[in-house]
Design a protein around this ligand. Structure first.
Ligand SMILES: Cc1cc2nc3c(=O)[nH]c(=O)nc-3n(C[C@H](O)[C@H](O)[C@H](O)COP(=O)(O)O)c2cc1C
Length: 314
């Protein structure tokens, strides 16, 4: 099935994935201007009224860009909604997204038909993130337009399945839009995701080490310095298994080799807070060698992507 028309504006088949605390208007606008989908979690805008301000700013700045650059219009943007009972803002946040007719809504941690209907009502599309084929079926049954397959090695809450296994299972029955995530950090890996059967690569951790990311310098540098072996998979910090930078766990006074199983009542470990002090990251960061503007990172990915296509004579 062809991708929805709004993806025609992409200069590279990539979604810059939503990053708790880290992604806001600066990063999203830079990603969209560079030609990839930029996204942010609605919950990053605090208080709730800030969501309206952010969407206003993103919409206006991208419209101004389009007026000035008719040959290279901005890619569409996405807002991530946490569709879980624990999110008391969901209804208000969806209403704010309706006001601004957000083109793409990424839903996580729960699939709800009424949310998909609401997004369709204003002409948007929904992409739901899943870690296995069972959740993929549920998401599509409940009306999601597309799927984000979160494979092993992804930053933040990550799956356990090989991307090869996950994509092939889903592609046996689903021909709608599929984005693949988990350690994608080079242009060659973007092309590989497409070769496997995905339409888009979903990239998070490399964008932490960009000028526009809302992260402290030490976190950005840890992404630059880190490699796959520096990533620890644990459910201690949020109750859900995820990938984190070893150095941040050590800084919190914990032994990364001997982490206890999660205690759902805790989000605080000797004063260290998940996400703020315990730093999420995928395994793909060995490919990140500098903190640079997001646009430069996208340009580099695009060059590598073109080189990979040429190497394969595509
Ligand atoms: C620090 C961090 C925060 C994240 N926050 C969110 C979030 O709020 N919502 C969400 O759907 N995914 C979140 N993710 C997951 C990413 O959207 C995406 O699945 C992941 O970054 C892809 O893997 P990669 O980091 O290896 O590219 C987060 C990931 C990281 C590293």
């Amino acid at each position: 099935m062809a991708l929805p028309a709004l993806f025609d504006r992409l200069r590279l088949p990539v979604i810059g994935s939503p990053l708790f605390i880290i992604s806001g208007p600066e990063l999203v606008i830079a990603q969209c201007k560079a030609g990839i989908v930029g996204s942010f979690p609605a919950l990053n805008a605090r208080p709730q009224s800030q969501l309206d301000e952010w969407l206003h700013r993103i919409t206006e700045e991208l419209a101004a860009w389009d007026r000035d650059h008719p040959d290279t219009p901005a890619a569409p943007f996405a807002v991530n909604q946490i569709v879980h009972r624990s999110n008391p803002r969901l209804e208000e946040d969806v209403a704010t997204c309706a006001k601004w007719k957000v083109p793409i809504v990424i839903t996580s941690l729960g699939a709800r038909p009424e949310l998909n209907d609401a997004v369709h009502g204003w002409g948007g599309i929904t992409l739901h993130d899943v870690i296995d084929d069972r959740f993929a079926h549920k998401a599509v049954e409940k009306g999601a337009d597309g799927l984000i397959l979160v494979a092993a090695g992804a930053g933040g809450h990550a799956g356990r399945l090989s991307p090869f296994a996950l994509v092939q299972e889903v592609r046996e029955w689903f021909d709608g839009p599929v984005a693949l995530s988990g350690s994608i950090a080079t242009g060659g890996a973007i092309l590989a995701a497409q070769a496997m059967g995905a339409d888009l690569a979903y990239i998070g951790s490399p964008f932490i080490a960009t000028d526009e990311a809302n992260a402290i310098a030490a976190y950005k540098q840890a992404i630059v310095d880190g490699r796959a072996e520096d990533i620890v998979y644990s459910n201690l910090f949020t109750g859900v298994h995820g990938n984190y930078l070893r150095a941040s766990i050590v800084n919190a006074g914990l032994d990364p080799e001997n982490l206890p199983e999660s205690d759902p009542s805790a989000m605080n470990f000797g004063g260290a807070k998940a996400w703020k002090d315990i730093w999420g990251s995928g395994q793909g960061i060995g490919a990140v060698h500098a903190v640079e503007p997001a646009g430069a990172r996208v340009a580099r990915l695009a060059e590598e992507y073109a080189a990979a296509r040429a190497r394969l004579a595509l």
